[in-house]
Write a protein that binds this ligand. Structure first.
Ligand code: PGA
Length: 222
């Protein structure tokens, strides 16, 4: 059976109370038997990591947590930064290089290399995002997320065969074993992506905000 990674990315959405409600509902509705072979990671805002970790442990919910960014700096005099060591206390994963951060926060390739380095030093698993097969993938990335910009949040997912082709190129070039597709993935189209040889899972934005829809997507992926 193919092992599938499903990663939800809440982006800058939900209060802590809303996040806790989502996790509690997930615990009530989710049936692990229907999701066999799926590993599920949830990337949430920094402020949500600790309370959600507590709730996930308490309810024994099969979810792993991730942050949505890592500081390129070690611990020290870097006001406003959250270091890899701090993240590692409350999460197993970190998203690095999401196209929204490259666009709005002007994160550069050079900075992203340091982010990966710091995250790896802290023992985090790195999901590194790119929007094509030519962008550099720093040493240390554990999983790559391929997200064509026009497909993100647009309802216009890329064709599964085209996504497979690009994910294959990324795999070959980076030697990273797991490459995810992201961009308007839904419960209806997810299976078409998972069926592709070079696609090891999906990165999901909008649909991860509604717990019932996200669970439906996980079942369809499984
Ligand atoms: P989307 O976002 O699923 O809403 O298209 C994907 C992402 O940006 O990770």
């Amino acid at each position: 059976m193919k092992k599938v990674l499903v990663v939800g990315n809440w982006k800058s959405n939900k209060t802590i109370a809303e996040g806790i409600e989502w996790v509690v509902d997930f615990g009530k509705i989710f049936n692990p038997d229907k999701a066999r072979g799926c590993q599920v990671v949830l990337c949430v805002p920094f402020t949500h990591l600790f309370p959600l970790k507590e709730r996930i442990e308490q309810l024994k919910t099969p979810l792993e947590l991730g942050a949505q960014d890592a500081s390129p700096f070690p611990e020290g005099a870097f006001t406003g930064e959250v270091s890899g060591r701090m993240i590692a206390e409350v999460a197993e994963w970190v998203l690095v290089g999401h196209s929204e951060r490259r666009k709005y926060l002007l994160e550069t390739e050079e900075e992203l290399v340091f982010e990966v380095e710091q995250a790896k030093t802290a023992g985090l698993q790195v999901l590194y995002c790119v929007s094509d097969s030519i962008t550099n993938i720093p040493y240390g990335a554990d999983v790559v997320g391929y997200e064509p910009i026009g497909a993100i949040g647009s309802g216009q997912a890329e064709s599964p065969t085209r996504a497979n082709l690009v994910c294959g190129e990324i795999k070959k070039k980076s030697r990273v074993e797991t490459v995810l597709y992201g961009g308007s993935v839904t419960p209806e189209n997810v299976a078409q992506f998972i069926k592709q040889e070079s696609i090891g899972g999906v990165l999901v934005g909008g649909v991860s905000l509604k717990v019932a829809d996200f669970i439906e997507l996980i079942y369809a992926a499984a």
